[in-house]
Design a protein around this ligand. Structure first.
Ligand code: FES
Length: 580
């Protein structure tokens, strides 16, 4: 043991390090698992925070992942303790996994702080599990390393690759337009999710895995190794080894999650064509660690960064090809060589800087990770919009949009909520044409509640049948990272919180100007004030008590990361009082 190692006082010693009544109790009950005395003699206790659940299929292989992390911890001289936390599964959880992201973060925070652990390994995968666990861990700030579960293998239909989620949106539109049979639709369902892992497109799960790597909270290559590739388990083993040294180095999250790290991540999000959901999640994580991140940072840092990763839904390939092409290290190398990585010296979990880790990363396929001068999109940064329709901001993902529609004026076709949309969009007599703008209200954090991924409203069937592929859509909802279209999202304040989105009427004209960052409703200030004054007080239907009511009462708006007002900030890792 080195001198440095001896100097670190283990947090877990405050449970297991005393020869008294308390030490007896903490050790004795743990011993019922067959743990010998020497395991309590000053070894770092490493928590493995596991989001395993059979109801979160993307994380259903995590017991095996945890076993490999444990091997690494044991090899490095630590003692692993695995514990479960709330698992947010995007595919099954209703009304939306976003509703429980903050709940999971509370579970994580209190589990870490209240238990004997010196550091934690976060096993994350499905969309919300990554931000939820990082948020919770950031609020405690012990040494932390993230291990993602990895993406699924490519989906297959008719011998060709299909991408998670993206195929669902595309094929559903084709069924509605009468272009493919129900038989083919169901064949796609069978070949869509062929292995363990998360969505294989550059959806929110892949984006957040890339964000975790770009932020420096993982070992290199964590984002893209397929879930079933043996190298994923090697990475888990190595992460287990590394976290033990992070204890001795006292390498806490707050040393890694700096403003510089978030700026790198914003830039990387543009380079990968990442999900709009990253805007909300990064803000929430930053808020927990005390970093001030504003919507304008996305414009200041992200704009001008070419999208070089050619993955669905913006491009052609999937995460499997991304890994074989060089993965995120290849992207970071390209960015750094092109002068597009703002902070090369940002510290990462292995103790090296981001640039030290990635400056010589090999790139095997220029089609998948394109050169900076042959990008998928010249300016891939998330477009932040403001104006009288979104005083506190809205977002649009340029790489998923139709360039011709990013500057658009159109007549509003308004839906009061998601149910109204579903009912009205099918009406063959709906007065709508391709130049109109679909506007949906009451799908924001409070309104849905939980801000579901319903912002990419499917187009009216009669327009689909006429060959229309895209229209401008505006809402206070989110959109799946696997979705696409000229979709304005996260309008803040949301309609349910009194935002101007709530006063838009059928036939109003709206202008969208992505280049100028503007989203405006063409009515006078007087008219706006009159309509606002005439609004009846709105309440979320059905919510009276329980977690849902807590959520409505305390959730912040999209520009603030949708965290709970009482959870923002770090509450530290001080050991709580004894329980007996
Ligand atoms: Fe879990 Fe997409 S549904 S990652």
């Amino acid at each position: 043991m080195s001198e440095t190692k001896k100097k670190v006082e283990l947090r877990s010693a405050q449970w297991f390090g005393t020869q008294d009544k308390n030490g007896f109790m903490y050790r004795s009950w743990m011993k019922n698992q067959g743990i010998p005395d020497h395991e309590f003699q000053g070894k770092p206790i490493i928590g493995i925070c596991n989001t395993w659940s059979e109801l979160t299929p993307c994380n259903a292989h995590f017991r095996k992942l945890a076993e490999h992390v444990k091997r690494g911890i044991l090899e490095a001289g630590g003692f692993p303790v695995e514990f479960p936390v709330f698992s947010n599964g995007e595919s099954n959880l209703r009304p939306t996994a976003m509703l429980t992201r903050n709940l999971a973060s509370m579970d994580v925070e209190e589990s870490i702080r209240g238990n004997p652990m010196d550091a934690v390994v976060l096993l994350v995968g499905c969309d919300k599990t990554t931000p939820a666990l990082l948020m919770g861990a950031a609020s405690v700030d012990v040494p932390t390393i993230v291990v993602s579960g990895g993406p699924m293998l490519n989906g297959k239909l008719d011998g060709k690759s299909i991408g998670s989620g993206t195929a669902v949106w595309q094929l559903h539109e084709q069924v509605k337009a009468g272009e493919i049979s129900m038989h083919k639709f169901l064949a796609a369902e069978a070949g869509h999710s062929r292995s363990a892992g998360t969505c294989n497109t550059m959806g929110t799960a892949s984006t957040m895995a890339c964000m975790a790597e770009a932020l420096g909270t993982t070992l290199p290559h964590n984002a893209a190794i397929p879930a079933v590739d043996a190298r994923r388990y090697v990475l888990a083993h190595m992460s287990g080894m590394r976290i033990v040294d992070m204890v001795w180095e006292d390498l806490r999250l707050s040393k890694i999650l700096t403003k510089e790290a978030f700026e790198n991540a914003i830039r990387v999000n543009a380079a990968i064509g990442g999900s709009t959901n990253a805007v909300i999640h990064l803000k929430a994580i930053a808020g927990r660690i005390g970093v001030d991140l504003e919507l304008e940072d996305w414009t200041r840092i992200g704009r001008g960064q070419p999208t070089v990763v050619d993955l669905l839904p913006s491009g052609r390939f999937l995460m499997e090809e991304f890994y074989y092409a060089g993965g995120l290290p290849g992207v970071i190398r390209r960015m750094g060589e092109g002068g597009m990585l703002p902070h090369k010296d940002a510290l990462t979990a292995n103790g090296k800087t981001l640039w030290e880790n990635n400056n010589d990363a090999p790139i095997y396929d220029d089609e998948v990770i394109r050169p900076l001068d042959k990008p998928l999109l010249k300016d891939g940064g998330i477009c932040i919009l403001r104006g009288n329709l979104a005083p506190r901001g809205a977002v649009l993902k340029p790489s998923a949009a139709t360039p011709a529609l990013m500057q658009h004026r159109g007549k509003a076709v308004v839906f009061e909520n998601f149910e109204h949309y579903k009912e009205r969009i099918m009406d063959p007599d709906l007065d709508v044409d391709a130049n109109d703008i679909l506007v949906m209200k009451n799908c924001g954090p409070k309104g849905y509640p939980g801000m579901a991924e319903v912002g990419n409203m499917g187009l009216p069937p009669k327009l689909l049948a006429a060959g229309v592929k895209d229209m401008v859509r505006i809402s206070d909802a989110r959109m799946s990272g696997t979705a696409y279209g000229t979709v304005v999202l996260h309008v803040a304040p949301e309609a349910m919180a009194g935002g101007p989105l709530g006063i838009v009427r059928d036939g109003d004209y709206i202008t969208l100007d992505c280049a100028g960052g503007q989203l405006n409703l063409e009515i006078s200030d007087e008219e706006m004030a009159q309509r606002q004054a005439a609004r009846a007080e709105q309440k979320v239907e059905g919510a009276k008590s329980g977690y849902q009511q807590l959520y409505i009462n305390h959730v912040l708006q999209a520009d603030e990361g949708c965290d709970f007002d009482f959870l923002v900030g770090s509450r530290g890792s001080a050991v709580p009082k004894h329980s007996h």
